[in-house]
Design a protein around this ligand. Structure first.
Ligand code: VGL
Ligand code: ZN
Length: 208
């Protein structure tokens, strides 16, 4: 897999998405050792971080009378409201300390615009503002994007779909992800990814 045309994206392996975190993903910590092992199979690894300002529009606490996991209408569409999470430069936004990927080449931060969320590491939730990752990957000769990390049904799925839309071949390593799974979001995410031509594999298929 040490092929210059392939990249592994390790998505949002941050403390706030771990079991003790502000937006805990069940068993999110279980995949840290697996992400480390997978990363050793790739010459090109990119990490991502959800990276919100304290006043971010996706935080329920910034909307009077609103609770986490309610939705609101924003100019770009429906927005899920979340507990305060991954605030820039806080311990909750830091990568899990056991994540051990010394050769990671880049860290892409997303969700930093105060009035726009970004589950996708390619395109923000306004569906117009690019992060620059597609251009960086094209420039470095990448044609296939592999994904692992958190959460399957939000940042991993949205990133996988946008990678397809940007013209990359895309594979999600299912057992190296964990999901939030709200109101059927996990089933919907896999349906959308299958329709878009995202491939779904298990880590054993790579770690032989
Ligand atoms: C995520 C919800 C809010 C994720 C980020 O990383 O999947 N989910 N912000
Ligand atoms: Zn977020």
């Amino acid at each position: 897999m040490k092929d210059a045309t392939e990249v592994l994206l390790v998505v949002d392996m941050q403390n706030d998405f771990m079991p003790q975190g502000a937006l805990a993903v069940a068993r999110g910590d279980e995949i840290v050792p697996l992400a480390n092992r997978l990363a050793r199979r790739f010459g090109h690894v990119v990490l991502t971080q959800d990276w919100h300002p304290p006043s971010h529009v996706s935080f329920a606490a910034n909307h009077a009378g609103r609770q986490p996991f309610e939705t609101i209408a924003l100019p770009y569409g429906e927005q899920m409201l979340w507990p305060v999470h991954c605030v820039q430069n806080t311990p909750g936004a830091a990568l899990h300390t056991d994540l051990d990927i010394p050769h990671a080449r880049a860290v892409i931060r997303k969700g930093h615009h105060v009035d726009v969320d970004s589950y996708s590491v390619f395109l923000e939730a306004d569906r117009r503002t690019p992060t620059g990752l597609a251009g960086y990957l094209r420039d470095t000769g990448v044609t296939r994007v592999w994904l692992c990390g958190l959460a399957t049904d939000y940042c991993v799925a949205w990133s996988a779909l946008d990678a397809r839309a940007a013209g990359f071949d895309v594979t999600v390593i299912e057992d190296a992800t964990r999901a939030i799974d709200l109101n059927g979001s996990l089933d919907n995410a896999w349906r959308d990814m299958r329709k878009a031509g995202v491939e779904r594999v298990q880590s054993a298929d790579l770690l032989t």
